[in-house]
Design a protein around this ligand. Structure first.
Ligand code: BG6
Length: 496
């Protein structure tokens, strides 16, 4: 892959958790697979005074712990660590950026080419504007063809702050330089939704309100707040999961076919879905959205604490660790089809899947009693940990009489493909290096997504929950979430 442009990746927050758990293991795996340019450097920028050797050692440990491949071989790590330079710097000071500028200039001279520069903001959100300002002052990111910045979520705290951040960034960079990450979009099974829908003739004709009765999206986790209370206390489940990951899943399921895979063709179609999602009035919020917070309980045989007893969580915290919402897309394709989403921490299973439930057949020729179960046709798109697609339908059971029994047609990634799927961050970093923006969020998408959830956040903020905590760890959330869907005559499908 020698024709890849020489590239310098600068990571602000180079000694932080994200770099340790995700970015270094992902870059290392790209190195193993030969996807990094021949001329390649990582500048890890952080406050701490750490010797290069110590930094490399710590990140080798990170790779060994978090890489999907397990332990690094000595040979590959030795090759890779040569690319890494740790730069101790105060990122609030212009001098540090002049120092970076010198490194860039020297490297360009040494390589005899103007390298691409990628600036990865793996820092607290409040530092992003500051760093962007310094990049602007020193002019080290001004070539719109060669320089890119990568911004992690959360992108703003609400619609207003997201608009403000977009404004600041767009005042400095052109939109095509800004890569806003939503790591769900890098997941193999999430990318497969487009492949499945638009590379097959079989399903798309059924993909609309005439045949689909309801859609469910479940993104449940067993972990609690872990060591992220300071962020999560301010965020809660709607900001953390629905504003970004889950609305993106709705876009992929709901979008019209784009004409091609260019970043803007795809993002335009997703934006249309976001535009069409019904906005909630205050009363709609009460009817369509449920919040929860976990109490103590049991996960996989281990007793776990209530959210309010976790480290750094206020013991009267009102942050939601669970949310269930009924959305509608108001357009020709989806009018009247409810989309139920459910996400939360400390739930019974870690599992993410999308269920498409088809309508009943128009006329039933099989008398009641010949079906053992009353399931309708379902399509289950499993995102993780299962990866694949399952179609659930009725078939005749063997025997002399006409009895029906639901069966499954199953596609599993692991049965069909030998290669280990790349981690989402490998895919996304590879795309940033290639300058391929399809899997990243455009400014208008981010703002639309915020505008959809703002009514929920506002109504909840001004009406404290009556009873928190309201679900046990290890359950499927509060009873109100069951009631939300039962009201329409449905129930949450559960697949692990
Ligand atoms: C992150 C959220 O974006 O996604 C976390 O901030 C959550 O709270 C995580 O745990 C889930 O990601 P994944 O890839 O494990 O589903």
């Amino acid at each position: 892959i020698s024709e890849l442009e020489p590239t310098i990746v600068t990571i602000f927050g180079g000694d932080g958790d994200l770099t340790w758990r995700k970015l270094m293991p992902a870059l290392f795996n790209l190195h193993i697979d030969g996807f990094l340019p021949e001329k390649f450097k990582i500048l890890s920028v952080d406050m701490k005074d750490i010797a290069q050797e110590e930094y490399n050692k710590r990140h080798l440990e990170g790779v060994n712990k978090f890489s999907r491949r397990g332990k690094a071989t000595k040979k590959k790590w030795k090759e890779f660590e040569k690319c890494i330079t740790y730069v101790q710097a105060d990122i609030t000071n212009d001098k540090s950026y002049n120092n970076l500028k010198n490194i860039f200039n020297e490297t360009d001279k040494e390589w005899d080419v103007e390298a691409s520069r990628i600036f990865y903001m793996a820092v607290s959100p409040y530092l992003i504007k500051e760093i962007a300002g310094h990049l602007d002052n020193t002019g080290i990111a001004e070539n719109s063809q060669k320089h890119r910045i990568v911004v992690e979520k959360p992108f703003g705290h609400d619609l207003e702050s997201a608009r403000e951040l977009n404004k600041v960034l767009q005042g400095i960079f052109s939109e095509c330089q800004i890569y806003r990450i939503d790591h769900y979009l890098g997941k193999e099974t999430v990318q497969n939704i487009m492949a499945f829908r638009f590379a097959n003739a079989l399903f798309e004709p059924l993909w609309n309100r005439n045949f689909i009765e309801q859609i469910q999206i479940n993104v449940s986790e067993q972990v609690g707040v872990e060591n992220r209370a300071s962020y999560y206390e301010q965020a809660g489940a709607v900001r953390d999961m629905i504003q970004n990951h889950i609305l993106q899943l709705i876009c992929l399921v709901g979008m019209e076919p784009p004409v091609d895979l260019n970043a803007n063709s795809v993002r335009d179609k997703k934006l249309e879905v976001l535009n069409a999602i019904r906005r909630f009035s205050e009363n709609d919020v009460y009817v369509n959205a449920v919040r929860g917070q976990y109490d103590k309980g049991w996960i996989e045989g281990q007793e776990v604490k209530a959210y309010r007893d976790e480290d750094n969580v206020d013991n009267e915290s009102l942050s939601e660790t669970f949310a269930a919402v009924r959305f509608y897309i108001d357009n020709w394709r989806w009018q009247g089809v409810p989309i139920y989403v459910r996400t939360g921490k400390r739930l019974q299973e870690k599992t993410s899947y999308i269920t498409i439930q088809f309508k009943e057949v128009p006329h039933k020729i099989f008398p009641s009693g010949v079906r053992e179960l009353v399931d309708q046709n379902l399509m289950v798109i499993s995102i993780q940990p299962q990866m694949g697609i399952r179609i659930h339908f009725e078939a005749k059971k063997t025997g002399l009489d006409m009895r029906l029994k639901p069966v499954d047609m199953i596609f599993n990634y692991s049965d069909s493909y030998k290669n280990d799927p790349p981690d989402a961050y490998e895919t996304l970093l590879n795309d940033v290096i290639l300058g391929e923006a399809t899997l990243f969020m455009r400014s208008d998408q981010i703002e639309e997504a915020w505008s959809i959830i703002m009514p929920i956040l506002d109504v909840w903020a001004s009406n404290p929950p009556q009873k928190f905590p309201n679900y046990q760890s290890g359950s499927w959330g509060p009873p109100e979430a069951e009631a939300l869907i039962a009201h329409d005559g449905f129930y949450w499908h559960t697949f692990t």
